[in-house]
Design a protein around this ligand. Structure first.
Ligand SMILES: C[S@@+](CC[C@H](N)C(=O)[O-])C[C@H]1O[C@@H](n2cnc3c(N)ncnc32)[C@H](O)[C@@H]1O
Length: 264
């Protein structure tokens, strides 16, 4: 049973999820997707729920977060409660969370003003089907925005592949920027905006702190220590991460992320 635990099971237990570029990249998606007061937004693969709560609080939106992991949805609901955002209705912006697969969203057509995903669409088996789903549930004229890891140059050397694997979860292989644009075009999106960046590990670490704050980080470290003490599977996972964790000097040449936004 323990051996079947994955990267995301541990992330859900610890309550820490991330995407490249952190809050800065989220703000970029928000701007490019024209997210503002009164809009209805879907965050697919919401992880620990940080982005939905941030958007609801800062921009006065109603935000629905979905994630394939029950553990993540639990963490998200806890966060919403802590932040006083749990009771959303038509008059009070807030958040709600559901378990759902990006490839099969449980919503009617043309529902959301914007659908965003941050470091999620690299994971489903059928990425085109996932992007088609984002477009299906977006209102005509609305926006779909993705933030995903990419290879800036191919083929990446083995040490860069090893580092990227431990960074995003061992079962994902980043695509090139052109691959992502192809998925958006394949789903019928227009007016596509693309912005690509190198990964800067120092900036990534800073953005994690900015996203969770000091108190949030103390809670995360406490849960990490507790999990380390009681779970041999987590200890093995940490050992593997440490072994793959030495940052290759040529990382920024090959590994990056892109923000991709299109209009329905
Ligand atoms: C790298 S985390 C990013 C989480 C969040 N977007 C963030 O920025 O903190 C990836 C998330 O995608 C979720 N996920 C993976 N495959 C999925 C799928 N097919 N449908 C929905 N969520 C998925 C995982 O459970 C995890 O919470």
């Amino acid at each position: 049973m323990e051996n079947k635990q994955t990267f995301f099971d541990f992330a859900a237990e610890v309550g820490l999820t991330k995407h490249p570029g952190g809050v800065g990249a989220t703000e970029e998606l928000i701007e490019l997707c024209h997210i503002g007061e009164g809009k209805c937004v879907l965050d697919v693969g919401c992880g620990a729920g940080v982005t939905p709560c941030f958007i609801a609080k800062r921009y006065g939106c109603r935000v629905v977060g979905v994630d394939i992991s029950e553990g993540m949805v639990e963490r998200s609901r806890e966060r919403a409660k802590r932040e006083g955002l749990a009771d959303a209705d038509n008059e009070h912006p807030g958040v709600e969370f559901r378990v759902a697969d990006a490839q099969d969203l449980p919503f009617e057509d043309d529902l959301f003003d914007a659908v965003i995903t941050e470091s999620v669409t690299a994971f489903p088996e059928d990425k085109q089907r996932a992007v088609n789903e984002y477009v299906r549930v977006t209102k005509p004229g609305g926006y779909v925005g993705l933030n995903e890891s990419i290879w800036l140059k191919v083929p990446p050397p083995p040490e860069v592949v090893a580092w990227a694997s431990q960074d995003v979860g061992a079962n994902v292989k980043p695509l090139t920027s052109g691959d992502w644009v192809g998925l958006l075009e394949g789903a019928g999106l227009r007016e596509i905006t693309v912005r690509t960046y190198e990964i800067n590990t120092q900036n990534e670490a800073k953005e994690i702190f900015r996203r969770y704050g000091c108190v949030g980080m103390l809670g995360i470290w406490g849960r990490m220590l507790s999990l380390y003490a009681r779970s041999p599977a987590y200890r093995r996972f940490v050992k593997e991460v440490r072994e793959g964790g030495i940052t290759p000097e040529n990382l920024d040449e090959y590994y990056g992320y892109g923000v991709y936004v299109g209009r329905k």
